[in-house]
Design a protein around this ligand. Structure first.
Ligand SMILES: [Fe+2]
Ligand SMILES: [Fe+2]
Length: 275
């Protein structure tokens, strides 16, 4: 059974922000411990952006210290809290496309990863321009058979949490939809950014959004005026989470996991089936 873990929205900080540094690092370490202890051990970890909180070089240094301890191949992608230049300085081995976007394909051993870069520096919104779409097309043309995971930070479907959602008819979503439509090798898109798990479809493809390793977003589906604060809770201290993708040779089964030390509620002490 082949499994792959996805982590997202790590928001690692430096000593400039000690509170978030301690909390987000502790939460990421809990998730990494849980992933390493999984049986079977996942063959890869995909990190889908917001690796650090402000895109600062010191933050990538802190992040690198943590991931240097990871024993599983790790594939990095960028989110709106990242910046390309300091990321590339800290991780010069991560491939970039000819335009400088962190977009690449990787063989995970029977399944394939295509990493996309939706970072629009200076904005929290996604970008997926013609150049990036052309790179995606080329990567998909290179291998039309191997089951493929497409990873991107910003979900191209809405969550219903209005202040986080893109307009469903945003140009970048239309461009992405057109590019992935009918590509039979794509078996799932995986995303982060919303700090909460939800699933949907885009252009006939499965889209799975992972919870964050850092804090989660409150699930509040009531209307919000983005110009008038109303005191609502927007982030909540729910446990750190990650996603486990299980390849059953036909499809990806998506397990949304929380990490922590939970006591067993019931144990297997009697046969499930009696002869
Ligand atoms: Fe985030
Ligand atoms: Fe984000």
């Amino acid at each position: 059974m082949l499994t792959i873990a996805q982590i997202t929205d790590l928001h690692i900080t430096s000593d400039k922000d000690p509170l978030n540094k301690a909390r987000n690092e502790e939460r990421l370490r809990k998730v990494l411990k849980a992933i390493h202890e999984r049986k079977p051990r996942p063959v890869a970890i995909i990190a889908s952006g917001d690796l650090v909180d402000r895109g600062e070089p010191e933050e990538y240094v802190e992040f690198k210290k943590i991931v240097d301890e990871v024993e599983i191949p790790l594939y990095l992608g960028l989110g709106n809290h990242d910046l390309r230049a300091p990321f590339r300085a800290a991780f010069p081995g991560t491939p970039v496309d000819k335009y400088g976007f962190v977009q690449y394909a990787a063989d995970l051993g029977g399944v394939r990863l295509v990493m996309l870069d939706t970072l629009e520096e200076g904005s929290n919104d996604a970008g997926f321009c013609r150049k990036r779409a052309a790179v995606l097309k080329r990567l998909l043309r290179q291998d039309k058979r191997t089951p493929t995971i497409v990873a991107l930070h910003h979900p191209p479907i809405i969550s219903g949490i209005q202040w986080m959602d893109p307009p469903p008819d945003a140009d970048w979503i239309k461009r992405l939809a057109k590019t992935i439509k009918g590509r039979a090798q794509i078996r799932t898109l995986i995303c982060g950014h919303v700090h909460r798990a939800y699933h949907g479809m885009l252009a006939g493809q499965q889209v799975a959004v992972s919870p964050a390793t850092s804090i989660q977003l409150t699930l509040n589906l009531t209307p919000v005026d983005v110009r008038v604060p109303d005191g609502r809770e927007i982030l909540v201290d729910e446990p750190p989470g990650y996603t486990l993708l299980m390849w059953d040779k036909e499809r990806f089964i998506t397990h949304v996991c929380v990490a922590g030390d939970f006591a067993p509620a019931v144990t297997y002490d009697f046969p499930f089936v009696k002869d």
